[in-house]
Write a protein that binds this ligand. Sequence first.
Ligand code: ADP
Ligand code: ZN
Ligand code: ZN
Length: 816
Amino acid sequence: MSHFIDVILPLPLERFFAYSITPAEADYIQPGMRVAVPFGKSKIYTGIVDRVHQEEPVAYEVRDIEFIVDDTPIVTQDQLKLWRWIASYYVCSVGQVMRAALPKSLMLESETIVLKNEQSNHDEDELDDKEFLILEALENRNALKVQEVMDIVDRKSVLPLLRDMLDKNYILLKEEVYNTYKPKLEKYIYLHEHYRDEERLKNLLDDMTRAHQQRNAVMTLFMLKTGNKDVTKKALMERAQVTSSVIKALVDKEIFIEVEKAVDRVLDERMDGEDLYELNQDQAVAMTQIKASFEEDKVTLLHGVTSSGKTEIYVRLIKEILEKGKQALYLLPEIALTTQLIGRLKFFFKHQVLVFHSKYSLNERLEVWQHIIDAKEPYVIIGARSAVLLPFQNLRLIIVDEEHETSFKQQDPAPRYHARDTAIVLAKVKSARVLLGSATPSIESYYNATTGKYSLVELKRRFKNIKMPEINMIDLKVKHHKKRMKGHFSDTLIEHMHEAFADNKQVILFQNRRGFAPILECETCGNAPQCPNCDVSLTYHQYKNQLRCHYCGYHTYIPKECPTCSSTALDTKGFGTEQVEQEFMELFPDHKIARMDLDTTRGKNSYEKLIAKVDTGAVDCLVGTQMITKGLDFRNVDLVGVMNSDSMLNFPDFRSHERCFQLLTQVAGRAGRTENRGKVLIQTYNPDHMILQQVSTYDYSTFFREQLEDRYQFKYPPYHRLIRITFKHRDYNFTQESAQWFVNALNQIPHGVQVLGPEFPAVARIRNKYLTHVVVKIGKQHEVNKIKGYIVKVRRSFEAIKQYRSVRCNVDVDAY
Ligand code: ADP
Ligand code: ZN
Ligand code: ZN
């Protein structure tokens, strides 16, 4: 009887490939283990075993595996289930899901190794210079890495050369597989057993009176040891103020023993957490309602105004889970923005907090993975989108905070999954509870709460009953007309800022654009520098003295004169955070400002440092992009100024009004969180815009009703599902033509749904590729899975057509 395994490969393949294994291997291998397998001509991949079986594949010749990597599964059965759901719902391959889920350090790397072909008997005269150099090097050494070959022949592309030499039988190529994970090692110092006897130690110290430093080191180690903790070499050197040569001398004399041990990168030290706060009346009621809803096994939406204490409720729910020895997942839109929250959770849960961080190194991520799957402690795992793909054990609770945030949806590459929606499926697989939380729920979730699919729990008042901030509009038309503007600041805003500063309060300024100005324009001919790779104008960055493309990263220096007409009269249009910062410094020379946007938060700890500056009062004002709107809890901010709300209102997208409502409500929520009522000033040319009216009166229900009506009328979610198919190619016409072929082919099928496009989006070229969209709108009366099946079928035909090979075709289910 032959044995086989189905292996998931990290490739966009529609099916799994089977490999043959021995009966002994069949006894040993479990689904979820890694195996190294050959694929194609000479590639070796790490794959995950999906299934062990005895069904011989008929369509292709089965190959053997190279080797088994693990002795226990590193992926759980439940994960495999979830991967399959994601692949089928979001129309991609399980391999693509696997690639998104596994930390890269779990995927073994393989590297091509060049060996001499001993069978070859060639004349030296046949060889050209490069071949000679390579073979000569192989005489001296048995194997060369491709990188080394590059160095020898001094050029970048050596693969054609190697392939040629392979054809001539001069060399052999081999894939070597290696592991990239490196444990973090730390050196520890122990006293030699001999001196653990008090008498001997005393004698030793007496003998050491002249070796002053060594004596000092021994004494310090003895002292540090009293807590019965292991002492690192680093700590000992620091405390005893000695160099490593002193320690080495003691090791040589066999007084000290040095041991190198792998240490944990991601867990805090074991410690008792602080007691939780008492819930107030409103919170306690909400808590009871949430639990009742959990009893009914329902997804629960917590709609609580900003600063109502939603986080305190999450903390309490998490505590109960940890006390039962189970795991909890806390999903956040962007992990970079969560410094404060991590601090809050670690305050209560210490070593039970695991963070899955996009800025973590691969090694750190792997350790988080291991801790979760080993489950030696109950953990709460905090993470952004991809944390939903971790190998949970005993997961009982998932909190999706700021559930309305669009960054929960992955755009590129596949799987284009929504972490909130995936979390709800994960919870089903795990029999866990789900709590969605937001001050501004998404239309979709709130709709589900009104239909009874979810239950709704509300917190309508701020903690301590502080009133919601007062929100006022400032009409920029009037202000400009009356000449009451200084740069981009109206007199009203300036006045209120002065008042806040006089009160020793802080101010937050929101402008949803980074850089100094989005456009640099020639006043004479109107020319504005464009990105050579994308259809957008370049943003003027004053600090870097550059023009930058926010789509592809292209940058160049600022021209002294117009490249078209040579005029030197260049002016900027629009404004970004840098300009607000500069104007602030001119208007308030005695006050300090910090700026928080993508440009100032690139480093690993830059975000933490900025927050600390605000927290400690080192700055009086914080200006930033949407980054500052989320989740920040500053005690001393009284005033929030929105520099210009109009660009957010005029975006050509069915969610733009929703997004604007959410952003403004969230940023307003940063004001007046701890004692006094806060104030918000919104500068706008459209003070009567219904969205601004709804924001300023905190009228979520009117906002919801009106948006829902629009969604119904124009066939958008939650009434219709959208699948967006994007086509990308270097040639404008070809992009459109190939998309049109797809639409025509799809419409050959009597699917009955609306297919729109192909249509070029507002920015139709990015990184030198044109893109065009086809949108499929699927109503409640249609069978979604059938329609997806049609799309997959047409995509398969599309990809089989030779001339369309160069066209990228991406399917995005529930596109944003
Ligand atoms: P939200 O998450 O709804 O915006 P938070 O949980 O951040 O609100 O609460 C706002 C502030 O009020 C925080 O500083 C928080 O520590 C405090 N707070 C909320 N509830 C309590 C409570 N029950 N006891 C003490 N402080 C609380
Ligand atoms: Zn010009
Ligand atoms: Zn660009």
